[in-house]
Write a protein that binds this ligand. Sequence first.
Ligand SMILES: [Zn+2]
Length: 198
Amino acid sequence: MALETASNPSEAEVSSVTCEKCSRELPLLSSNQVEKSSLWVCVSCGASHLGCADGDLLSEQSSLVRIHEEQFETGDSAGIPAHIRVHLASIANRAVPQDAMNRRRSARVVNPLMVSAIELDNNFVVMRDALRIIMTDVSREGIGLALTEGTEAPYLALQFPPREGQAIQVVARVVRQQALIPPYVAVGCEFMFRFGNE
Ligand SMILES: [Zn+2]
């Protein structure tokens, strides 16, 4: 579902968000357009805020907020069987072009886990329901994913299952897409920032 909108957010009335509970200034913008907002959480006090995000603010202050966990919930949580995940990860890793391989300075680890992903638009607003997708590899700089039909989103928010405590949330920029086996498309992403943990 593409968000059909009459105006872009710069034309909408926006103001920065200050948490009414703990008085912290958050790297969020409140918009008068609810359909261009999503639900965030103030990390220091847990209060919820409806808004969109600013990339410049987030790059410095992403640890002050998280995406509200409920937006990562997926309807069909059955997942994809381990043997299919392993197979996809192995093809994805063979298919990575050498130049993309070289761009990542640290070792890629093949790790076919299921992660929850949310497609985000240019204002880091949730575009549609969360997806359960296969992670095919990960390094310090980025992550490889296998998505059915690929994605049109510029950014993905990813939530990793926690070893303990709260799940880790990151935002990654989509930099590369390449057909794997139908219907899967390898999506290569570069990490941008990590949200905070309460
Ligand atoms: Zn707060």
